[in-house]
Design a protein around this ligand. Structure first.
Ligand code: BG6
Length: 491
């Protein structure tokens, strides 16, 4: 299907020399150009303090494309064309007069769409927005894209939102949670609202519980300074895992209009049962990786990754049990876990259905295992539905669980676009459906804040788990106390 190009735009990336820009944003834009979605006269303007000019920054961008785009998708003429769209505006965007070079470029094309992408430290969001306004660069066709984290807690999130809100309206503000741009995450909407088979069963009558696991094999990878102030709860759960939970649990929206979808997600966040301080120890687990092995290769522990002589109580693993207090989900626990240095990079949602109400196969070799729907977000995006079937051997009706298996790659035989490709184009088009609205971010902070406070007050350090394991044993106990187990497929 031919892709319709978006209108001409200027995409200004603050923090242009940083890892996110080079590893994710530039490759994402390259792919969109390759697919014919970016018009030839669009401009990508890198803004940062480092000493580059157009020529040297284009070189840096070309290197990044060579490194982060798959070989089969690279082409020299296209890379040259892409480099030609790139400009560099040097300056300290957070101080007076720091936007002169940028203003000169932007004022050449005043009427076109401007996407200000803030890939900087969040404490610069306010100063940069204020400066953009003071320099007269915020036009009616401008939008701002904010990377997470939005704040460090509820109060700081409100503060960031207030400052940004003085310059950009809510409809001009695009708060990124890149999980929402992942293909399979969008597929959750299709699974639920474009099919009838699951939605009729999507409730506490039929579903026993839900698990959401986001595991990573990497450690803190040189981001120790940021990560040690954040930890897994702030870095992954408050945003990515809670957004997944919202899409899975929300009521059908009245349409796919941005506010209709976000209203429903917000209702889920507001229905989450608040966690009282005395419950935190029972229904949350925090862990920190120690030395271990991943894929048979020894890896250091978190403290060694931070640097010699460092001590830290920051969690690199979280498991918790959440409950949604509404008619649909009453008494259906949602078990969430996420961690670094786990045995596999895997993001998946497991919907565990209840068992059959009565077993007619009692005279056969037939313990019935309840149905399971496994939605794999990465890697190998797809869905599996575990069903009981008769196995073909003779001598009676022997049953065994079998999987209906849809691999999206096999089904569509195409490259899966990176989340940033979709989100960047949505910000140009001005479609905020897959971005977080202010009230969602704040509601998510309100729910996690008591956990953060209880952990801070507790004298107990996080439980250690060896790198390459599925977290501390207390995470297993968390779910097994309820008579359930974590789903872990041997891959
Ligand atoms: C980011 C976190 O938001 O998501 C990182 O800050 C994490 O710590 C990353 O590694 C995981 O994203 P993905 O797309 O690789 O699952």
């Amino acid at each position: 299907m031919a892709i319709k190009p978006v209108d001409p735009f200027d995409c200004i990336v603050f923090g242009a020399t940083g890892d996110l820009t080079l590893r994710k944003l530039l490759p994402a834009l390259y792919h969109r150009l390759r697919d014919g979605q970016i018009p030839d006269d669009a401009r990508i303007i890198g803004a940062a303090r480092s000493d580059f000019d157009d020529k040297s920054f284009r070189l840096r961008a070309t290197e990044a494309i060579g490194k982060h785009v798959a070989k089969g998708d690279l082409s020299k003429p296209l890379t040259e064309k892409f480099a030609g769209m790139i400009h560099y505006a040097r300056g300290d965007a957070a101080t007076d007069g720091g936007l002169e070079a940028l203003a000169k470029l932007l004022n050449e094309k005043r009427d076109r769409i401007r996407v200000f992408y803030l890939a900087t430290s969040p404490d610069l969001y306010g100063p940069i927005c204020n400066n953009l306004q003071a320099a007269g660069l915020v036009t009616e066709h401008s939008r701002v894209v904010l990377e997470k984290p939005i704040g460090h807690d509820l109060a700081s999130a409100r503060q960031v939102n207030d400052v940004v809100g003085e310059v950009f309206t809510e409809t001009q503000t695009f708060r990124i949670d890149h999980y929402l741009g992942k293909e399979t995450v969008q597929n959750l909407l299709a699974l639920r609202f474009a099919n009838v088979v699951f939605e009729r069963l999507w409730n506490a009558d039929v579903i026993d519980h839900v698990q959401i696991t986001v595991g990573e094999t990497v450690g803190v990878e040189g981001r120790g300074d940021y990560y040690d102030h954040s930890g897994a709860l702030r870095d992954m759960v408050q945003n990515h895992l809670m957004q997944l939970l919202c899409l899975l649990a929300m009521e059908p929206p009245t349409s796919l209009d941005a506010n209709a979808v976000r209203d429903e997600k917000l209702k889920v966040l507001r229905s989450l049962k608040p966690i009282a301080p005395h419950e935190v120890g029972n229904i949350t687990v925090r862990g920190q990786y120690s030395q271990g092995a991943i894929d048979g290769k020894g890896v250091p522990g978190y403290l060694a990754d931070l640097g010699e002589g460092r001590s830290s109580k920051t969690e690199t693993f979280v498991a918790l049990k959440a409950e949604i207090q509404n008619w649909r989900w009453n008494n259906v626990p949602f078990y969430l876990r996420s961690g670094k240095r786990l045995p596999q990079k895997v993001s998946e949602i497991v919907v565990q259905f209840r068992g059959a109400p009565f077993n007619v196969f009692t005279r056969e070799d037939a313990a019935l295992s309840p149905n399971k729907l496994i939605i794999r977000l990465q890697p190998e995006e797809g869905m599996k539905l575990e069903l009981m079937t008769k196995s073909p051997e003779p001598g009676g009706l022997h049953l065994s669980p079998t999987q209906l298996d849809i691999s999206f790659e096999k089904a569509f035989g195409t490259r899966y676009p990176d989340a940033y490709e979709r989100l960047l184009m949505d910000s140009v088009r001005g479609n905020p459906t897959l971005f977080m609205r202010r009230d969602e971010v704040e509601a998510a902070w309100s729910w996690v804040e008591p956990i953060i406070e209880a952990w801070e007050e507790s004298r107990e350090p996080p439980r250690l788990y060896p790198a390459g394991s599925w977290g501390p044993t207390s995470a297993i106990a968390l779910i097994e106390r309820d008579g359930r187990t974590w789903y872990e497929e041997i891959r």
